[in-house]
Write a protein that binds this ligand. Structure first.
Ligand SMILES: O=C(O)CCC(=O)C(=O)O
Length: 277
């Protein structure tokens, strides 16, 4: 029997009574999918999943995407992107300090993401939390005049934008950064499964708003980012080992927080689901 408990008034729910490594019946999976469409972030505690099991569960939602950073993929499982600060025999075991800026995963792809599944295998005792905020709630709390203005606009997104003016480790070559050319998406996207209009711009990957002058675009984006990240809209997830967090990239932005002791291992497996809509 699934038990679903909301985490904040605007997003997130903890789901108890399910083993994600098992073959889920259509009924049980349907209940998870409905909760996902309603709450945008689902937390499952105490899970143990092999890479095959994570891929199988994630693929129930749709086609899985392969991340552009090939060296961070799990050998034999290209659908699994490793987020890790662990180094073994001099070899990084994944991407360190990934996503330390508000973003929606892979919004820089022509076909962006429906959702992500992040499995916390090793996590620091203190720090290394992940923050989420609802871009549906953010849209709904704007004035009708601003809402209709935004509906006519187009955001330009690029992978390389996340690295402009930010120090990240390790740094990436120009060729790698430019592997993905800029793409365009509407600033407001209607969620296919719950019908809510969601803002679809993020500081990580959105370069500008196509229809506006540079300064107008910058000021509008800064306003939207400040609005979206108001403390009362943000869910802060503190990881325990065995946590699986499933989030809806159509309906939120998220960011990792790099405040933990670099000597504490933080090792996670992420799968990313394509938005077929
Ligand atoms: O490591 C985290 O807490 C967040 C990772 C992230 O932003 C991502 O997987 O897209």
């Amino acid at each position: 029997m699934l038990e679903i408990t909301p985490i904040t008034p605007t997003l997130g729910a903890e789901v108890c009574g399910i083993d994600l490594s098992a073959d889920l019946s259509d009924n049980l999976f349907g209940a998870v999918r409905d909760a996902f469409n309603q709450h945008s972030v689902l937390l499952f505690r105490g899970q143990e999943m092999s890479p095959e099991q994570q891929v199988k569960f994630s693929a129930r939602f749709g086609k899985l995407m392969v991340h552009v950073l090939k060296e961070s993929l799990l050998e034999g499982h290209p659908e699994i992107y490793r987020l890790s600060n662990v180094v073994k025999d001099g070899i990084p075991q994944g991407r360190a300090n990934a996503g330390q800026y508000w973003h929606s995963d892979l919004s820089y792809e022509a076909q962006p993401s429906l959702g992500s599944v992040l499995y916390g295998i090793e996590v620091p005792k203190v720090g290394g939390d992940t923050l989420f905020t609802s871009t549906a709630h953010a849209y709904e709390t704007l004035s009708p005049t601003m809402q209709s203005f935004l509906k006519g606009l187009t955001g330009v997104h690029q992978f390389a934008h996340a690295f402009r003016g930010r120090t990240t480790s390790p740094t990436l070559s120009q060729a790698k950064l430019e592997e993905r050319p800029p793409v365009e998406h509407p600033v407001v996207r209607r969620h296919q499964d719950n019908g809510r209009d969601c803002l679809f711009v993020n500081p990580g990957f959105t370069i500008n708003i196509k229809e506006l002058e540079d300064q107008e675009s910058e000021i509008l984006l800064d306003f939207l980012y400040a609005h979206m990240t108001k403390p009362e809209y943000v869910l802060r997830h503190k990881w325990l080992p065995g946590d699986v967090v499933l989030w809806d990239n159509r309906a939120l932005m998220h960011t990792g927080v790099n405040d933990y002791d670099a000597a504490s291992p933080r090792h996670m497996h992420r799968t990313t689901i394509e938005d077929a809509a």
